[in-house]
Design a protein around this ligand. Sequence first.
Ligand code: TYM
Length: 329
Amino acid sequence: MKQRLFSGIQPSGELHIGNYIGAIKQWLGFQESYESFFCIVDLHAITVRQDPAKLREQTRKLASWYLACGIDPEKSTMFVQSDVPAHAQMTWVFNTFTQMGELQRMTQYKDKSKQHAENINVGLFDYPVLMAADILLYDPEIVPVGEDQKQHIELARDIATRMNNAYGRELFVLPKYVGQKEGARVMGLDNPEKKMSKSAGSEWNYILLSDTADVVAKKIKRAVTDTDTVVRAGDDKPALTNLLTIYSMLTGTSIADLEKQYAGKGYGDFKTGMAEAMIAWLAPLQEKYAIYMNDPAELDRALSRGAQKANAVAQQKLHNVYQVVGLGR
Ligand code: TYM
């Protein structure tokens, strides 16, 4: 029997290359060897105020990007979180096994409550518990994500261990964080000290999978560089390290080879080459994306099938947990 994988992305905006490199690229490598569950986590997205019509549209867009990037709904289970009620139900049980102090320590919660000071809702606080439910419902061995999610996976492991101990049995498999060696934390193009993020405030921070060739070229041209002029990665060169990592992850050429290729050349040549490579990489993805977006019936079929498969697994798990905890008949 294959081991399981679970991961997800919020439909809270457009996908950027940080999401692709940190998460989706890894998924593609595991899809053949793991029984995979790829979720579109819309319940997580509403912890920040969303326009209803836009959220629904973003959910479909994200599903289309999953498919365009190479998620195969025949091999894997691709589904929308709110189509599987067990996620919210399991969250309630897990809430009673999670301490306030644990959630207060979560970095993402601290960051987001600063960003959304006018709406620090209970859902934002409870977000990591919902994420633990997402994961533990499927008993996955691995959770491939970017480094920013590592702390949440540790919490999921703690909740799983606590419940396994409380009920004296292996109720849950302990999931492992899996991240890229390079690219677990893609940094902002405008600030290599902070991670690339949809909520960065400036569009010069990120490249979206939906960006046109023109925009990609402009964004790379404006990307911050280091003070010297050498195309090289290293601890003393955060900006070039980030650009070289992105370039390398998208083309498959190692950073060492890219450094050789650009030896003796300046940042101008490097950026032109990088923009060309990125545009060439994006073009076929964007074509496929358009095909899926233009066939809503097929997308609906894929999501319905996914919801059915996910519900079967999740309901069984929820039932087991209810039994053990003393809920239900
Ligand atoms: P989200 O939607 O913010 O991001 C989706 C994925 O992209 C990764 N990522 C990055 N990787 C490298 N560099 C970056 N700059 C970068 N920015 C984002 C994230 O680590 C993530 O893998 N809480 C999650 C969604 C979630 C989830 C889950 C993930 C909900 N339930 C269960 C795994 C399992 C989140 O907000 O991701």
